[in-house]
Design a protein around this ligand. Sequence first.
Ligand code: CTP
Length: 266
Amino acid sequence: VRFVEPGEGYLACGWMGAGRLAEPQVIVEAAGRMLQPRGSLSGYRLLVTAGGTVEDLDPVRFIGNRSSGRMGVALAREAQARGAEVILIAARTSVELPHVAEVVRVRSAREMHDAVSARAGAADAVIMAAAVADFTPARGAAAAKIQKSEHGRLTIELEPTTDILAELGRRRGDRPRPILVGFAAQTGEVVEPARRKLLAKRLDLVVANDVLAPGAGFDVETNQVVLVSREATEPLPVMSKAEVAGLVLDRLEDLLAAVPLPAATP
Ligand code: CTP
């Protein structure tokens, strides 16, 4: 017997909280997971990040980016459909999130770092599809709204954030798990910078694209990527983000199979 936890929201008694019938979609997805045959990623735990992080400047303003979360969400959906236990860590997104094993909402690069670090050790693979801010305000967010009248010209000093993937690569050292997959959003030259990132951050696969190319980038349903691994460079045609997710997971399955014993057994 499997239980679907109660949903949260307005309750018949007038209170807000957990205790109402779960949404039909949640029940259907839970039933689907029970009924599906063992998938090609059954027994594996995957950590997927999605969306763009937000660095607050004051209570009303922030520095963000144009990531919609579509690519990360497509990866989480496809991984779950293949039987993986998926943990989705989502920053700011403009698409609906799938009901996977665990969904963690974060805001800043720091929160993304903490959420990923706490869970990566138990994962077979980490796919960093999120657009994580490289810089954050050095003094943190102002407690009160920054007043225009107090500044003729405003300079905000930014300091680098921790590179989460690079830290995971360092922490993993020579161990085979977790498999580390990064994304490289480029403008212009794609393959060489992606290969540099693969080596510098000690990754297994980089999904690289030119965000300015037609059919690729942030606000579109399609993407055109090059898959860069240690052994191969594989340019792909324009295709839907769901199709890209399928091919990325195919390569991930190859990488997982190369080291036979999964860290998390079914
Ligand atoms: N990333 C990360 N932690 C950060 C920044 C990025 O883990 N603080 C991850 C992203 O999720 C993505 C990859 O690293 O998978 C992107 O690499 P990065 O070198 O940050 O790309 P760019 O920001 O495009 O780098 P550059 O500006 O040097 O091209």
